[in-house]
Write a protein that binds this ligand. Structure first.
Ligand code: DX5
Ligand code: ZN
Length: 216
C-alpha cells in the first residue's frame, strides 16, 4: 500500500492516478500533537474519497481518536487505524468504527508492546506495527521491531479470524522481505514508492519481493 505522505500534496489526484496497482491508499493523518508534524484532515480525506475507488487505509496519528476517528469511517474509509497510545477506550472505539462499516485497526509505536492488548484482538481487523517513530516519511527501518512483528503474528494466529498485520515505516526493496518473514501481510511504503521514477512499477517490484521464497 503506498503512503501518499510522500506524494505531491498539491496534485493528489494526479499522484493517485500514477499508482493504479495499489491495493489501497495509505493516508497519514497527523495533528501536530500526537506527532510533531501536520498533514491533512477530514475535508481532504473526503476529497480523496470523491476521486478514487481505491480502498482508503487511514492511519490516524492524532490525539483523542475516540472523538475524531469515527468521522473518518463515516467519510467512507474502508479501514481506520488509531494509535492505542492515544485512545482512551480502544474497545469502544473499535466497535464504533466497525458499526460505521470500517475495518478497525490499532497501531503501536516502536516502544509499545503488543502483549497488554492481546485480549483486544477479537475487536480488531488489523494491527499496525510501526517500524519507525511515527511522524515523517523517509526514516530508516527499525530492525528492533521485528521480534514484535513475530509475536503479533503468533497472537493473531492464536486468535484466528481475518486480522491483517501491517508494517509501516522504512519499507523498501531492502527491508520488505524481513517484514514478510516476520509475519507481516500488509505493507506500507511511502518514499520507496513515490521516490521511484515509476511508482507503479515499484509497487510491483515490492509485491514480487514480498512473495515468500519457494523452496525447492
Ligand atoms: C510515518 C507514516 C508512514 C510514512 C512511511 O509516520 O505513518 O506511513 O509515510 O513513509 P516511508 O515508507 O518513507 O517510511
Ligand atoms: Zn502511516
Amino acid at each position: 500500500m503506498p503512503s501518499i505522505l510522500s506524494a505531491d500534496f498539491a496534485n493528489l489526484q494526479r499522484e493517485i492516478e500514477r499508482i493504479p496497482s495499489a491495493d489501497a491508499l495509505h493516508v497519514d493523518v497527523m495533528d501536530n500533537h500526537f506527532v510533531p508534524n501536520l498533514t491533512l484532515g477530514l475535508p481532504v480525506v473526503e476529497s480523496i474519497r470523491a476521486v478514487t475507488e481505491h480502498m482508503l487505509d487511514l492511519h490516524l496519528m492524532i490525539d483523542d481518536p475516540d472523538r475524531w476517528a469515527p468521522g473518518y469511517a463515516e467519510a467512507g474509509a474502508e479501514s481506520v487505524t488509531f494509535h492505542v497510545e492515544a485512545a482512551a477506550a480502544p474497545v469502544r472505539l473499535a466497535r464504533e468504527l466497525r458499526a460505521r462499516g470500517a475495518r478497525a485497526g490499532m497501531a503501536l509505536k516502536p516502544a509499545t508492546p503488543i502483549e497488554p492488548y492481546a485480549d483486544l484482538l477479537g475487536e480488531l481487523d488489523m494491527v499496525l506495527v510501526m517500524t519507525v517513530e511515527p511522524g515523517f516519511g523517509g526514516q530508516k527501518f527499525l530492525d528492533l521491531c521485528l521480534p514484535k512483528i513475530r509475536r503479533t503474528r503468533e497472537l493473531i494466529g492464536a486468535q484466528g479470524g481475518d486480522i491483517w498485520l501491517q508494517v509501516d515505516g522504512g519499507v523498501s526493496l531492502e527491508t520488505v522481505e524481513r517484514c514478510v518473514e516476520a509475519g507481516a501481510d500488509a505493507l506500507v511504503a511511502g518514499s520507496a514508492v513515490f521516490g521511484a521514477d515509476d511508482p507503479d512499477a515499484m509497487i510491483s517490484r515490492l509485491k514480487e519481493r514480498a512473495q515468500p521464497v519457494a523452496s525447492d
